[in-house]
Design a protein around this ligand. Structure first.
Ligand code: HEC
Length: 158
């Protein structure tokens, strides 16, 4: 075997290993930079519809979440949390909320965690996900929106 041939085979093999490793990385390392638009009327209007059709059955039409959302269900899973200020949606950055909605909780945690939150990557477009989340943010009091803006700034610096 010629040296050149051997070296190119070796680099193909190395490339395959690197690629395989890349596939195992959790999605959170994907370079997303999402900004919700809670002040944009047309985005909110679209988002309200998308929320009503896709999210309200679990998270509540008034974003109130499921009953006793902090207690595990008999099957060990958690009920859907509210998206209003009584929940913890506003504790998370735009990017995190987007990734959870697109890929589901397990994919973002990078570990096994059975739960009832569907992944929307094959159901909604990125813009539809962003508009549903923008609608959610638009319902928060302005004080909460401001705190959430700061959470975004902090998470983008990391
Ligand atoms: C079939 C029920 C169901 C539907 C429909 C659903 N969710 Fe969820 N969602 C859940 C559950 C249950 C959790 C909590 C998962 C856990 O931590 O165990 C959750 C968690 C979340 C979280 C994380 C909240 C936090 O504070 O960590 C976000 C964000 C979210 N959902 C957004 C959405 C959006 C946006 C939609 C609609 C596009 C949607 N969900 C539709 C059940 C649902």
């Amino acid at each position: 075997m010629s040296k050149v041939y051997f070296v190119s085979l070796l680099s193909i093999a190395l490339g395959a290993v690197v690629f395989a490793y890349y596939l195992t990385l959790p999605v959170q390392t994907a370079n997303v930079s999402v900004s919700l638009k809670p002040e944009d009327k047309s985005v909110i209007l679209l988002g309200k519809n998308i929320y009503a059709q896709n999210c309200a059955s679990c998270h509540g039409i008034k974003l109130e979440g499921q009953k006793d959302w902090m207690s595990r269900l008999p099957n060990g899973m958690m009920p859907a949390p509210p998206h209003d200020v009584t929940g913890h949606t506003w504790h998370h950055s735009d990017n995190y909320l987007f990734l959870i909605t697109k890929y589901g909780v397990e994919e973002i945690l990078g570990e096994k965690y059975p739960n009832n939150m569907p992944a929307y990557k094959d159901i909604l477009t990125d813009d539809e996900i962003i508009s549903a989340l923008s609608y959610i943010k638009s319902t928060w009091p302005s004080k909460t929106k401001k705190i959430h803006d700061k959470i975004n700034l902090r998470s983008n610096k990391k």
